[in-house]
Design a protein around this ligand. Structure first.
Ligand code: CUA
Length: 179
């Protein structure tokens, strides 16, 4: 049979299922179940799929809250784009914007202190992947994802966008300081 000519038999799909095909369907199905149950498993034991609260938010509201934090707590700027590095007080609400193709601002948190980290996307879906911890949060426009975090190890962490968001996706990286 070729894709150019119509099939010789009009009903060409009604054939007995081969044993090998059943076997592969079973293997794929079992693997789907394994991956499905890994999600709650990693939440409890892997500390990677964090609990988050989600609220509706507009880009304007979120920008305003982020700008207020930046105006108050910026300690320096970094890179040629002069991205503010913000050191907010412990127990406060901290905001991070994801947009084409950057994160804004850069956060500097204190080890052992707790923060409420708010994430949103200004335009399309982005990802918040914290490396090397491998913490992953999907960041969706129109929603504010709030995660309560207590950084337990000092260092410079990388933030990577891990949802494909267009031509600059591979450049959408930032960092997070824990001191
Ligand atoms: Cu943002 Cu990929």
């Amino acid at each position: 049979m070729s894709a150019i000519l119509p099939p010789a038999q009009r009903v060409w799909w009604r054939q007995p299922v081969d044993r090998v095909e059943i076997l592969w369907i079973a293997i794929a199905f079992i693997w789907c179940l394994v991956m499905f149950f890994m999600m709650p498993y990693w939440h409890v034991y892997g500390k990677q799929n964090l609990s988050s609260e989600t609220y509706r938010v507009t880009p304007e509201q979120f920008s305003k809250a982020t700008q207020a934090m930046v105006d108050k707590y910026t300690v320096r700027t970094e890179t040629d784009e002069k991205i503010p590095v913000v050191r907010p007080p412990a127990d406060s609400d901290v905001f991070l914007i994801a947009r084409l193709w950057s994160f804004w601002p850069i956060l500097e948190l204190e080890q052992g202190k707790t923060y409420r980290l708010h994430l949103t996307a200004m335009d399309y879906q982005h990802g918040f992947s914290l490396q090397p911890e491998n913490i992953n949060v999907q960041v969706v426009p129109g929603y504010e994802h709030v995660i309560t975090v207590t950084p337990n190890r000092a260092g410079t962490y990388a933030i990577v966008c891990n949802e494909f968001c267009g031509i600059g996706h591979h450049k959408m990286v930032s960092k997070l300081y824990v001191k």
